[in-house]
Write a protein that binds this ligand. Structure first.
Ligand SMILES: Nc1ncnc2c1ncn2[C@@H]1O[C@H](COP(=O)(O)OP(=O)(O)OP(=O)(O)O)[C@@H](O)[C@H]1O
Length: 228
């Protein structure tokens, strides 16, 4: 079943155009890697999907419903759980308070989030601001899961984290995928990203440039679009 359709969107920051025609789709249960070099439009695409930066033209349809003219909190309520770049948790709330703040009924409960990230359970009474960067990232993911989303979006979830913490986060992402959650993920670590992805969508200069299975992403294509 179709979950998300991003149809030829153009998005601007004031008068400066960032997206010039981003076009891709996601089926329910798919993990899609949104890729491209720095500044190619990945974060802007994510902000457009959540209507934090509404596209000026084109269309986004989520779960069969166009998301235009809906404020971001309404889009979230349609079932999009965003873990934004820079993991914004409420610094002066405890881990527990952060997790329950946006909770909605469903299969994701405090118990399951604690099981996914035991470190959060150990620190449930601690203020979010006192957590390490990796723990804050786990909290941001846990908080998004507590909204019981149909689609989880991860924007650079492992950036700048210690290798051991990155491994914990990747194994959580793999577990979520195996459980059938739809995931849109932006990450620079191809060696971790590609095995998780069912499909890749590559952006270049604010446009969709290539889409296909990770196995078809040859080193030539990686050179051309990702500069690796
Ligand atoms: N707040 C902003 N105001 C103006 N232009 C912006 C703003 N944020 C991003 N842009 C521009 O929009 C374009 C796309 O940026 P975006 O952050 O979406 O790229 P990205 O692929 O996510 O990059 P990165 O991998 O570096 O995070 C870039 O040209 C960038 O300079």
């Amino acid at each position: 079943m179709m979950l998300l359709q991003v149809e030829n969107i153009a998005t601007f920051y004031g008068s400066s155009q960032a997206l010039f025609g981003v076009d891709f789709f996601m089926q329910e249960g798919e993990a899609v890697a949104l890729m491209g070099r720095n500044g190619m439009g990945k974060s802007t695409t994510i902000k457009s999907i959540c209507n934090l930066m509404p596209p000026r033209s084109g269309r986004i349809v989520f779960g069969g419903k166009p998301t235009d003219r809906q404020p971001p909190h309404k889009v979230a309520r349609l079932g999009i759980g965003l873990v934004p770049e820079g993991r914004r948790c409420f610094p002066n709330l405890t881990v527990h308070e952060n997790l329950v703040a946006a909770a909605r009924p469903g299969q994701w409960t405090l118990e399951r989030v604690n099981d996914l990230f035991p470190r959060l359970k150990e620190r449930h009474a601690q203020m979010a601001r006192s957590l390490s960067g990796g723990e804050q990232q786990m909290l941001a993911i846990g908080r998004a899961l507590m909204t019981n989303p149909r689609l989880l979006i991860l924007d650079e979830a492992t950036e700048g984290l210690a290798p051991v913490i990155r491994q914990d986060i990747w194994s959580a992402i793999r577990r979520l995928k195996d459980e059938g959650l739809s995931i849109l993920v932006v990450d620079k670590t191809l060696s971790e990203l590609l095995p998780v992805a069912d499909r890749c969508v590559i952006l270049e200069n604010g446009k969709s440039a290539w889409s296909g299975k990770p196995a078809d992403l040859t080193t030539e294509l990686q050179d051309r679009f990702l500069g690796v």
